[in-house]
Design a protein around this ligand. Structure first.
Ligand code: AMP
Length: 215
């Protein structure tokens, strides 16, 4: 069983990979971005607090994110493993996660760093569409739904994320470089970083990951 972190710039394929690995390992897929989007949709207090950051492509403050993740990790289904997608995104978040795990005698097994060229990622993101109900990810050109605007899996409505516009994506890349990229060194030092080419199709990336994990 694995405790995995999926790292990498916006659009690298963390969400797509995490949903597949979640089924393969029967482990919960914990996406902080999805938690926030759900709360915004439901109009909760949390949703109202985080919306202004997300719309601009900025990070939500650490203290909000850390509590959400540690509360989620306390749930029973995380006892034997989990996949963290989009968390941690700052060194402070990573340190707090380590403290939380250490206090329970646990540790992260592997950190998968998905690597891809920024221009390729930009094309992926402006063409990305997401199911409002189940979160399934589509691509207008390379992976469209069978019926336009409708999710193949659950029949939900497919939409474009508010933060997938070119201007916001540029800002998200800048935020990634300044605040999240230092985590690569953090986990390299910890000795559990796996750098994986994320420029291929989801199936190709999955194959590389499965090989690197030795599963
Ligand atoms: P994602 O779906 O992972 O691309 O996240 C979408 C947005 O949610 C990000 O651009 C941030 O505004 C916010 N977010 C998600 N995860 C985090 C995190 N770990 N720390 C801070 N903000 C986050």
């Amino acid at each position: 069983m694995f405790r995995l972190i999926l790292l990498g710039p916006p659009g690298a394929g963390k969400g797509t990979l995490a949903s597949t690995l979640s089924v393969k390992f029967n482990a919960p897929h914990i996406s902080t971005g999805s938690v926030f989007r759900r709360n915004i949709k439901e109009g909760t207090r949390l949703g109202m607090r985080v919306k202004k950051y997300m719309d601009k492509g900025e990070l939500v403050p650490d203290e909000i994110v850390i509590n959400i993740v540690t509360d989620r990790l306390d749930e029973d289904d995380c006892a034997t493993g989990f996949l963290l997608d989009g968390f941690p995104r700052t060194v402070h978040q990573a340190e707090e996660l380590d403290k939380y795990l250490e206090s329970r005698g646990l540790a992260i097994d592997r950190v998968i760093d998905l690597v891809a060229d920024e221009e390729l990622l930009m094309q992926r993101m402006i063409n990305r569409r997401v199911c409002k109900s189940c979160g399934r990810i589509y691509h207008v050109i390379t992976m469209p739904p069978k019926q336009e605007g409708i999710c193949d899996v659950c029949g939900g409505e497919i939409y474009q994320r508010a933060d997938d516009t070119e201007e916001t994506v540029r800002n998200r890349f800048a935020v990634y470089q300044s605040q999240t990229a230092p985590l690569i060194e953090y986990y390299r030092k910890a000795g559990n970083l796996l750098a994986i080419d994320g420029s291929g199709t989801p199936d190709e990336t999955l194959e590389l990951v499965v090989e690197a994990l030795g599963v």
